[in-house]
Design a protein around this ligand. Structure first.
Ligand code: IMP
Ligand code: MG
Length: 181
């Protein structure tokens, strides 16, 4: 799998060191409030597991499953919720966890949908945020790393469902992404 990468961006130790900082910040911010984490599957799985084990607060965990990519490297803009019932978030302090903020479609759709269930507050935490103009504006309250507008895989992030199990994050070689049509 490593041969498919153009270069490595963040090694495992670098990621985990950054998670220590993020977890410290989140723990401080939520020490007086009961936290409910909503993890967006599948991309945030590994990030979630490593981050939550660094937060020594009582918290609830729910997961949401959405699809917006349909196997391509570009977002379609259409976000499909894969489960029928949304988690019960009424009056709760919600922290949405996702792997990466790209066009903003996914997180904007999730935020809007959860908002209709009347949570007390909503914040957003992403491991990666691409520096680019977004199709939809999303305020990420906690960001692991800002990256350039390149397609990255590993540490939960996939290309056509592959590479999620790489322990580090790297830029996928461009010729692997190029698709006809
Ligand atoms: P957005 O809706 O364009 O913000 O895209 C968010 C979703 O697209 C993320 O949750 C990822 O699953 C996927 N995504 C966006 N950029 C990348 C990338 O560089 N690598 C892997 N997945 C990505
Ligand atoms: Mg994905």
């Amino acid at each position: 799998m490593q041969d498919d990468l153009d270069r490595i961006l963040f090694r495992e130790t670098t990621i985990l060191r950054r998670l220590d900082e993020l977890a410290g910040q989140i723990s401080k911010d939520y020490r007086e409030r009961e936290l409910t984490v909503i993890a967006v599957l599948n991309g945030s799985l590994i990030f979630m597991a490593d981050l939550l084990r660094r937060i020594p607060l009582p918290l609830k965990l729910d997961c949401l499953s959405v699809a917006s990519y349909h196997g391509k490297a570009q977002t379609s803009g259409e976000v499909i919720f894969k489960q029928i019932a949304l988690p019960d978030v009424m009056d709760r302090h919600i922290l949405i966890l996702d792997d990466i903020l790209d066009s903003g479609h996914t997180l904007a759709a999730i935020r809007d949908k959860l908002q209709t269930a009347k949570p007390r507050s909503i914040r957003v935490c992403v491991l990666l945020s691409k520096k680019k103009r977004r199709a939809r504006h999303v305020d990420a309250d906690y960001v692991g790393f800002e990256i350039e507008d390149e397609f990255v895989v590993g540490y939960g992030l996939d290309f056509m469902e592959r590479y999620r199990n790489l322990p580090y994050i790297g830029v996928l070689r461009k010729e692997l992404i190029a698709q006809p049509g």
